[in-house]
Design a protein around this ligand. Structure first.
Ligand SMILES: NCC(=O)CCC(=O)O
Ligand SMILES: [Mg+2]
Length: 334
């Protein structure tokens, strides 16, 4: 009788021996349907302003956005997330332009929905693109963000977007109680089909830098930060608490943001709640890969696909990523 199993006890390498077997036993795959493309839209005609810290990404006018949206749709991407670049003269301390039913976002939503009715649209519910101080909420004389006053405005903003025909509203502000207030406001307005994608666990992250350059809120924000409402990167359990509250208040889908540095949170949220869980691979993550690839230090496409697959393995049902178009093109070619 042998006391020990013969060496080696098993040979996991058998399953890695050839590509046919590797394909058969692969647990997770990336599909174009997993990808959501965030886009930056601005007023005007014929405008494509590249974002310097995000090579390949530009702030475009609606006429330039349409062909991008068509390509995304053709490649199997099911949703776009719209982020507006608001002109400086339309910003004020209360972010009032956010409630304009004929503002940039409602007009772009109407145009995209009429051109591509099957492409889902997600709009950002937050005041930072609209406030002259760059914060996601209205502030008092000391510059403190006023939670409940802000929530009241966000609920109206969500109704304006829903009435323009958006499929999904996505509150990204991290005020307390906004999901419940938005859900109630949508119900009261008869917008019972509008889905809410809650940015439930949004961390106060330095990875958002290039995004703030893109929408021009970095200059407005100056040296201020968002630590009184976005989460502390040191906290994990708190994310579960935030997600539980948002689900109880009426969120259909929840989100974790940023991505790679928070995949433990994606995993825990998915395991704990088994609800649609999205992850946002943010601007700084995109910028890092572009920069390293430009130096010849990383294989861009391989690292991009490996990273996106990592989100799936962690449990993300969909990934907001600026790589969505290039990843979907690669998937189509494969
Ligand atoms: N509310 C949207 C963001 O903060 C975006 C972050 C990024 O892509 O860096
Ligand atoms: Mg919350």
């Amino acid at each position: 009788m042998t006391l020990f199993a013969p060496f080696p006890a098993g040979r996991p390498r058998r399953l890695r021996r050839d590509s046919a077997t590797r394909d058969l036993v692969r647990e997770h795959r990336l599909h174009a349907h997993d990808l959501i493309l965030p886009v930056f839209v601005q007023e005007g005609q014929g405008l494509t302003d590249p974002v310097p810290s995000m090579p390949g990404v530009a702030r475009v006018s609606l006429d330039r956005l349409l062909p991008q949206a068509e390509e995304a749709h053709r490649l199997g991407i099911r949703a776009l997330a719209l982020f507006p670049v608001i002109q400086a003269d339309r910003k004020d301390p209360e972010g009032r332009e956010a409630l304009n039913p004929d503002g940039l976002v409602p007009r772009v939503v109407r145009a995209l929905k009429s051109a591509l009715p099957d492409l889902a649209l997600i709009t950002d519910v937050a005041l930072d693109p609209y406030t002259s101080h760059g914060q996601d909420g209205v502030i008092d004389a000391q510059g403190r963000i006023l939670n409940d006053e802000t929530v009241g405005i966000l609920a109206q903003q969500a109704v304006v977007q829903a009435e323009a025909g958006v499929d999904v509203v996505a509150p990204s502000d991290m005020m307390d109680g906004r999901i419940g207030a938005i859900r109630q406001a949508l119900e009261a307005a008869g917008q019972i089909h509008t889905r809410i994608l809650a940015y439930s666990a949004k961390y106060a992250s330095a990875y958002y830098g290039p995004f703030r350059d893109a929408v021009g809120s970095a200059t407005n924000l100056g040296k201020a930060d968002k630590k009184t409402y976005q989460m502390d990167p040191g906290n994990g359990d708190e994310a579960l608490h935030e997600v539980a509250m948002d689900i109880a208040e009426g969120a259909d889908m929840v989100m974790v943001k940023p991505g790679v540095a928070y995949l433990d949170i994606v995993y825990r949220v998915k395991q704990a709640f088994k609800r649609p869980t999205f992850a946002y691979q943010v601007s700084g993550e995109y910028a890092m890969l572009k920069a390293a690839a430009a130096q010849g230090w990383l294989d861009h496409d391989a690292v991009m696909m490996e990273t996106l697959l990592g989100f799936k393995r962690a449990g993300a049902d969909a990934i907001l990523t600026y790589h969505a178009l290039e990843a979907a093109r690669l998937l189509r070619g494969a």
